[in-house]
Design a protein. Structure first.
Length: 395
């Protein structure tokens, strides 16, 4: 057994700023099960050890070993070459077989174990390349509310993604304190009809109500990720799940500009009691992507017609054999609808800008909240120094 300066029952978080004591760490706590064990036992080499990837950077990965020790690992050339597409490369959440390096030697990923589930999306733009957002995720919790954020079409998108991944869909209709009970219940039944498999819960992260049921999904070793629009309460929720200790750490991280809103460092982390959470930038992009897809899909009727255009690169202007123009002439397609369709890319760009702005506002608010909470003078001084030039206070 290898031992660094940290004791086996202490997790060192990726940023090295916080430590969380867990009673005892085993592979099972990290999500290991028979499926992975049996795949691992079939590997040729006997001196490899299992590890779970918790973080990904352009040059290496962070991984947890079975005793909770965090190590950096690099990819072996063979694993890299054997992957026929990016989607086959190891990703956060994957179990891998690692050959531990000796002194001045890298720890090397020798094999990636098969995945039990895989949360992915197509890359933005026209490329069809698949991007893995997280592997071996058991539960995807979508946070929304029964009011402002409620959008069944977008939720349908999420459900499709989740079910394709093999994870279990959970929905939190958050901010229940803001809406009449009947409204939340109505929203829940609309969503339940869209996805009979989903567990739907009415919660208030702010008042810590309804969160016990979420925890009840988190068995030992269960990996969950939380997605949803910015501002729906994901951070509040995560803070509630972590409890006070984490909350404080998170503030410190944000203060140093290394908080979860600005860094890619923190990705897969164990919860204090049991279960793990995946939180990475890709997760946050899913929402934008989902909106984009929903928008595109809402024009599927027009795209159907476009398939009949004589030329596959028809611009639907005055091109010869344009089925869309013909449909407009015949009155089977609304001219205004065609206009919006032709402006789709522009619309998507607008959507991106709006969401970006919303996210910036949410992050500012979070910073401000944390500033108010800074607990001692030194923290405040450090905090203000760090913020100058980065974020100009609102008002
Ligand atoms: P995120 O962008 O999804 O991480 O959202 P945040 O957790 O940052 O929350 C955005 C805002 O909504 C914050 O001001 C929270 O205090 C507030 N909020 C979060 N959950 C609730 C809730 O259950 N009820 C109410 N009323 N406000 C909430
Ligand atoms: Zn055309």
């Amino acid at each position: 057994m290898r031992h660094a300066e940290i004791s086996p029952n202490i997790f060192l978080f990726p940023q090295g700023l916080s430590r969380l004591t867990l009673s005892a760490v085993t592979l099972e706590d990290l999500g290991w099960n028979e499926f992975f064990a049996s795949a691992f036992s079939r590997l040729p080499e006997k001196d490899w050890v299992p590890a779970r990837l918790i973080r990904e950077s352009p040059i290496n990965y962070g991984a947890f070993l079975g005793d909770g020790e965090e190590i950096d690992v690099v990819l072996s050339g063979k694993v890299w070459h054997d992957a026929v597409s990016d989607a086959e490369l190891p990703a956060v959440g994957d179990w891998v077989a690692v050959k531990l390096g000796g002194e001045n030697e890298d720890h090397v990923i020798r094999a990636r174990l098969p995945r039990q589930s895989c949360f992915s999306r197509k890359m933005p733009g026209k490329s069809t390349e698949e991007q893995v957002i997280g592997a071996n995720i058991d539960i995807v919790a979508v946070v929304t509310d029964a009011g402002e954020d409620f959008n069944p079409r977008r939720m349908e998108r999420y459900f499709t993604l989740i079910q394709r991944s093999g994870a279990k869909p959970v929905v939190l209709l958050n901010k229940s304190d803001l809406y009449p009970k009947a409204q939340s219940k109505e929203a829940a039944s609309v969503l339940q009809a869209l996805c009979p498999d989903a567990s739907i819960h009415i919660t208030s992260a702010l008042h810590n109500t309804g969160l016990k049921v979420l925890l009840s999904h988190l068995k030992r070793g269960t990996t969950m990720c939380i997605v949803g629009s910015s501002g729906v309460g994901k951070s509040t929720l995560v803070n509630q799940l972590y409890g006070e200790e984490w909350q404080w750490t998170d503030e410190v991280n944000e203060v140093t500009g290394k908080g979860r809103h600005t860094t890619t460092a923190r990705e897969l982390v164990p919860l204090p009691k049991q279960g793990l959470i995946i939180d990475n930038p890709g997760m946050r992009e899913i929402q934008m992507w989902t909106n984009e897809q929903t928008l595109r899909e809402s024009f599927s009727d027009v795209e159907q017609i476009a398939l009949q255009c004589r030329f596959h690169d028809c611009r639907h202007q005055n091109d010869q054999g344009c089925a869309i123009r013909q449909a407009v002439q015949e009155g089977s397609l609304d001219a205004e609808r065609l206009d919006s369709y032709l402006r789709l890319d522009e619309e998507i760009e607008k959507l991106r800008r709006r969401q970006k702005k919303r996210q910036i506002n949410t992050e500012r608010r979070a910073k401000r909240d944390h500033r108010v909470k800074a607990r001692n003078l030194n923290d405040r001084i450090q905090l203000e120094a760090d913020e100058i030039g980065l974020i100009r206070p609102e008002e």
